[in-house]
Unconditional design. Structure first.
Length: 442
């Protein structure tokens, strides 16, 4: 029997669900990835800047919307618990989004110009609610190991989003990128009910909801502030970036992070969800082995991305997106080390929820938030260039993710020799990047 066949046979319990989610995620992420090159020729960098602000406001609100109870769905011990946590999460999200709608209306009446200047502000509550609902449905399918359904939902959502964005591009009086995002997430949620997938509503009761509300209180107590700081560290810098630089620069920044997050989302959706589920039930030995396999795969992928971007550079983006987008090639290179560490460790960060280490994750996210915001503010008030600010932003992320990776090693109990081997490998990639950046930008 060949090495590959022995490897697959030994790891079939994790390879099958990963491949199922992986194929779906590849299809799902290829759609927005390919469409980015089409949409870049239909919409201006300013339109992408408006989308970036909308998505980053939504990203912050998404964390608050359900108090992070949706993360407990996969951890549920019984179908009754899973159904009750799902219902609880959706109910909290609905109430918050209703309050948000009222708040936006009040700011309009008070003529608060900053809020009135946010494109698509009245779409925010709906987008947040349906995004939370979509994640609840995905987590419930993960609980039941319905991996094919997860892949199906995600692909369908992105197809609807792509069609809507192209269609709305002909309407000059709206931002079709924002309306397309809302259309896609609503379509993904509706598909769940159209396919009539079973959901045990009969298991939900006020008494059971009260029970899961108390049992999983650590999620709003620790995971909520932790995730909020993580979201703020990702989304708030873009909002602050808009205070110091033009919408065009914000559009470049948004497009760069969007293209980077596509492979990260692919890995997180296909590998991270399976890791979360398996690590919740496996012993430490099997979990450590699975962790090492993930690191090997993501580390190899990171090396390929580094070689590709350093080799092709800005001209590739100018060719694919148009000459006005050439700047994002420089942005992408400056953010490469941050991207590499996110790609390697983000699927494994769910171990904090598995092992009830939400407090540790919260401290890490506070550190990420503080350093990234400081990088934007110091660079902005110091009148540094957009490239210098983005470089500082990325390096702050590298430091925090490296610390988080070392803590993950300790929690998962990865053997010391493997830890050192992986750190040496990452250091080599960063040294290569540093030499390139020194000769290119200094």
């Amino acid at each position: 029997m060949s090495f590959w066949k022995r490897f697959v046979a030994h790891n079939s319990e994790i390879i099958r669900p990963i491949l199922t989610l992986g194929v779906g995620s590849v299809c799902a992420q290829l759609i927005p990835f390919v469409m980015s090159f089409v949409l870049a020729r239909l919409y201006s960098p300013e339109a992408f800047g408006e989308l970036g602000l909308f998505v980053n406001y939504a990203g912050i609100l998404l964390i608050i919307a359900s108090a992070r109870y949706e993360l407990a769905i996969v951890r549920a011990r019984t179908p009754s618990e899973a159904a009750s946590v799902s219902f609880l999460s959706a109910g909290i999200a609905f109430l918050l989004c209703l309050f948000l709608t009222i708040l936006i209306s009040i700011t309009d009446l008070c003529r608060w110009e900053y809020i009135r200047g946010v494109s698509g502000r009245y779409l925010l509550p709906a987008f947040v609610f349906f995004s939370v609902l979509f994640q609840i449905l995905v987590n419930y399918q993960n609980y039941t190991e319905g991996y094919k359904s997860i892949a199906y939902f995600t692909v369908f959502r992105n197809i609807i989003q792509a069609i809507a964005r192209v269609s709305f591009s002909f309407l000059s009086y709206i931002n079709g990128l924002i309306w397309g995002a809302l259309t896609g997430v609503i379509g993904g949620c509706l598909l769940f009910f159209v396919r009539k997938l079973t959901f045990p509503w009969h298991l939900v009761s006020p008494r059971k909801i009260g029970y899961v509300l108390r049992r999983y209180v650590n999620f709003p107590k620790y995971a909520l502030p932790s995730s909020l700081f993580n979201s703020l560290s990702t989304n708030l810098p873009v909002i602050l970036f808009a205070l110091f630089f033009s919408k065009q620069e914000v559009g470049y920044f948004t497009m760069t992070t969007t293209l980077f997050y596509l492979p990260v989302s692919l890995v997180s959706n296909s590998i991270g969800q399976v890791f979360y589920k398996k690590a919740s039930v496996w012993d430490s030995g099997k979990t450590a082995h699975f962790c090492w396999l993930i690191l090997c795969f993501n580390g190899l992928l990171s090396g390929l991305v580094l070689a590709f971007l350093l080799g092709m550079g800005s001209p590739l983006f100018a060719y694919l997106l148009g000459e006005e987008w050439q700047t994002i090639g420089d942005y992408a290179i400056l953010l490469l080390p941050w991207f590499i560490l996110v790609l390697c460790f983000s699927p494994l960060s769910l171990i904090f929820d598995v092992k009830d280490r939400q407090r540790t994750e919260m401290y890490l996210n506070i550190a990420a938030f503080t350093t990234r915001v400081a990088a934007i503010l110091v660079g902005g008030y110091g009148a540094l260039s957009a490239q210098d600010v983005i470089l500082g932003y990325g390096l702050c992320g590298v430091v925090v993710w490296l610390i988080e990776g070392l803590i993950i090693f300790r929690i998962v109990k990865v053997p010391a020799l493997r830890q050192w081997a992986f750190i040496v490998y990452l250091s080599g990639l960063v040294i290569i990047w540093g030499i390139y950046v020194w000769y290119r930008f200094v």
